[in-house]
Design a protein around this ligand. Structure first.
Ligand SMILES: [Zn+2]
Length: 142
C-alpha cells in the first residue's frame, strides 16, 4: 500500500530545508568532538613533556602537566606545522615571551633559551636545533 501523499510531501520539504543549511555551523563543535580534541591535546602535551625532560625547553624550569603549555617552535602564526617535531613543552611566561617570534629571532634575543632548547628539546626536529645552535653562536659572537 502506498504511503499517504501528505506525509511524503512533508518529508521532502524537510529534506529540502536541510539541504539549504550550511553543512556545519562555523565554530560549533559537538560535545563528542570537543572531548576528542581535548583528549588529543592532552596526549600531545604528555608526549611533549616526556620528550622535553618534563621541563620548559627555554628556561629549564621543571614542569607539571597542569603548569605546562605547548609551544610551536616555528610559530603557527607564521605557518609552522602542528606536528610532533615542532611542538615542545614550555612554561607559560616563556611561551608568552616567545609569542610569534621565529626561533632564530628568539634565540638571538635570549641565547640562554637557545642553550636550554638544545639541551632539553629532544623531540624537536634537528633542523630547528641546527637553527638554534646557529642563532646562539651568532648571539654570543656579537
Ligand atoms: Zn620557561
Amino acid at each position: 500500500m502506498p504511503r499517504p501523499l501528505a506525509r511524503h510531501r512533508t518529508r521532502r520539504t524537510a529534506h529540502a530545508a536541510l539541504a539549504r543549511l550550511p553543512r556545519r555551523v562555523r565554530g560549533f563543535r559537538s560535545p563528542r568532538e570537543m572531548a576528542a580534541l581535548f583528549a588529543a591535546k592532552r596526549a600531545a602535551k604528555f608526549t611533549a613533556l616526556r620528550d622535553c625532560c618534563r621541563r620548559c625547553v627555554y628556561c629549564g624550569v621543571s614542569l607539571e602537566p597542569e603548569s605546562a603549555t605547548l609551544d610551536h617552535v616555528y610559530p603557527r602564526a607564521k605557518g609552522g606545522p602542528d606536528v610532533a617535531g615542532n611542538v615542545v613543552s614550555a612554561c607559560a611566561p616563556c611561551n608568552r615571551r616567545k609569542a610569534d617570534m621565529l626561533p632564530s629571532e628568539f634565540f638571538l634575543l635570549y641565547p640562554e633559551a637557545g642553550l636550554n632548547f638544545m639541551r632539553y628539546a629532544r623531540s624537536a626536529h634537528r633542523a630547528l636545533k641546527r637553527g638554534a645552535r646557529r642563532a646562539v653562536s651568532l648571539a654570543y659572537a656579537a
